[in-house]
Design a protein around this ligand. Structure first.
Ligand code: FEO
Length: 396
C-alpha cells in the first residue's frame, strides 16, 4: 500500500492488516487498519504509529515522502499497543525533537516502554502548537477509551485526527468513506462502537457537547482504524450521538443456546409473539453468532431476551461468556426477559433474570421455564411472553 495524500501535505502512512481475525475478543472477519498520519510543514509531525509487526510498512510509507529522520515531532494520541507498538523503533530511527502526549499518555508510555528519557512534552486540552502553516489543537478524551486518549485537531485544515474514535475494523484498499458502500461502513462503525465505546456512552455525549461548545468546524475525520470520513463526517457524528443516547428502536434480540432444541423451540415461540406486536426481532443462537456481533445487535435494541437450558445447576458456558461481555459494555435503557428448559434442578431462568436485573434492565414478568420438552401449552406461554415484551418495547 502506498501513502495517500488526504489533504495538501497531509498523508496517510499507516498499515493494513488483512489477516487479523480476533482483536482481544472482538471478531474482525474483514481485518483492520492501523492508521498513522504525516504532516509536512515547517515542522514535520507524525501522528500515531502502528502495531509492532507493521513497523516496516510505516517506515517504508514515510520514506516514500521524506527521509524519516526529518520528522521533528511524534504525537501520541493513544498508547494502546496497536498504535504504539512501533514507537520504540520509530523514536530510535527518527530521534524526534519532541514527543507530544497527554499527561496520562506520558505515564502510560513510560509504564509500557520504560523510557523516561524520551523527549516528552505533555499537552492538555486547550493546548495548541504550531507546525508552521498548521496549528494543532489538542483535545483530551479521557476514557474514550483509555485514560490517556486524546485527539488532535488541525485548525486550518478543519481536520480531526480522532484516534480510536469514529474508527472501524475493516481492511480495505480504499481510504475514504466515499469510495466504499456507506451502509457497510456504518455497520462496521456500529460494531466498533458497540464493542469498544458503548460503556463510555455518557462520555461520548460530553465529547459531542464539547465539540459543539468549541464550535469545531470539521471537514474531515481521520481515525486510527479503517476509513477516513471525507464526504460524511457529520454522518458518523450523528451516529455516535444516536448510539450514545441508547434510545434504541422497536427491536428485540433473543439470545440463546440450546442442548436438545427445547430452549430453541421456546425462542422460536417467543419470536412469534414478538412478531404479533410488529416489533422487529433477531434470533441469535450463541453457537452460531460471535459475541461481538451479538452486542452490535444489542446496541439499537430495546429488549434483550436471554434463553439457556440448565446445565450442571447453572447456564450454558456460551451464555456465561455473553453475559460477562455484555455486563462489561453496560448497555442501558432496555427491557429484559429470560427463558429456558431444564431436566431436574432448573436454575437457569433465575440466573438469567438476576443477570438482567444486575444490568438494570426492566424485567418483563413471567420468565418462561419448561421441563424437558415444551408442550403446545408451554409454547403458547412463550408466545405470550413475546407479546408482553413487544408491548413493553412499544410503550418505552
Ligand atoms: Fe486502536 Fe485503543 O487502540
Amino acid at each position: 500500500m502506498q501513502p495517500v495524500e488526504i489533504m495538501k501535505d497531509i498523508f496517510w502512512v499507516g498499515a493494513i492488516d488483512w489477516c487479523v481475525r480476533d482483536f482481544h475478543g472482538y471478531s474482525t472477519p474483514k481485518g483492520t487498519t492501523y492508521n498513522a498520519y504525516l504532516v509536512k510543514d515547517e515542522k514535520i509531525a507524525l501522528f500515531d504509529t502502528v502495531k509492532k509487526p507493521f513497523t516496516r510498512n510505516l517506515v517504508e510509507n514515510i520514506g516514500k515522502i521524506i527521509d524519516p529522520k526529518q520528522i521533528d515531532y511524534l504525537v501520541v494520541n493513544h498508547v494502546e499497543m496497536d498504535h504504539s507498538g512501533a514507537i520504540p523503533e520509530i523514536i530510535e530511527l527518527i530521534q524526534p525533537e519532541k514527543v507530544f502526549c497527554s499527561p496520562m499518555g506520558k505515564k502510560a508510555l513510560i509504564e509500557h516502554f520504560g523510557r523516561e528519557d524520551w523527549p516528552f512534552e505533555v499537552v492538555e486540552s486547550g493546548r495548541s502548537i504550531s507546525l508552521g502553516k498548521n496549528t494543532v489543537d489538542f483535545l483530551e478524551t479521557r476514557m474514550l477509551h483509555w485514560p490517556d486518549s486524546m485527539m488532535s485537531y488541525l485548525r486550518e485544515q478543519r481536520l480531526l485526527l480522532s484516534s480510536d474514535g469514529f474508527g472501524q475494523h475493516w481492511a480495505t484498499s480504499e481510504r475514504f468513506d466515499d469510495e466504499v458502500n456507506l451502509s457497510e461502513l456504518l455497520g462496521h462503525a456500529a460494531k466498533y462502537y458497540a464493542n469498544i465505546l458503548l460503556l463510555y456512552s455518557p462520555l461520548v455525549q460530553k465529547l459531542i457537547a464539547k465539540v459543539q461548545e468549541l464550535k469545531l468546524e470539521i471537514d474531515m475525520i481521520a481515525p486510527d482504524h479503517g476509513l477516513i470520513w471525507r464526504r460524511n463526517p457529520g454522518k458518523i457524528i450523528e451516529a455516535y450521538d444516536e448510539w450514545s443516547l441508547q434510545k434504541g428502536r422497536n427491536k428485540a434480540v433473543i439470545i440463546y443456546d440450546t442442548m436438545w432444541q427445547s430452549t430453541e423451540s421456546m425462542a422460536f415461540a417467543i419470536a412469534r409473539g414478538l412478531s404479533d406486536t410488529g416489533v422487529q426481532y433477531k434470533l441469535l443462537n450463541l453457537k452460531l453468532n460471535h459475541r461481538s456481533d451479538i452486542i452490535t445487535e444489542v446496541l439499537d435494541a430495546k429488549a434483550v431476551i436471554l434463553g439457556s437450558p440448565t446445565l450442571n445447576n447453572g447456564i450454558m458456558p456460551t451464555m456465561a461468556d455473553m453475559i460477562c461481555y455484555m455486563k462489561g459494555l453496560k448497555p442501558t435503557n432496555k427491557v429484559g426477559a429470560a427463558f429456558g428448559s431444564y431436566g431436574w434442578s432448573g436454575e437457569s431462568v433465575k440466573i438469567l433474570t438476576e443477570a438482567l436485573e444486575e444490568m438494570k434492565f426492566k424485567i418483563v414478568d413471567g420468565g418462561s421455564k419448561v421441563k424437558y420438552v415444551p408442550t403446545v401449552d408451554d409454547l403458547k406461554i412463550c408466545e405470550e411472553l413475546g407479546r408482553r415484551v413487544g408491548t413493553a418495547v412499544k410503550e418505552m
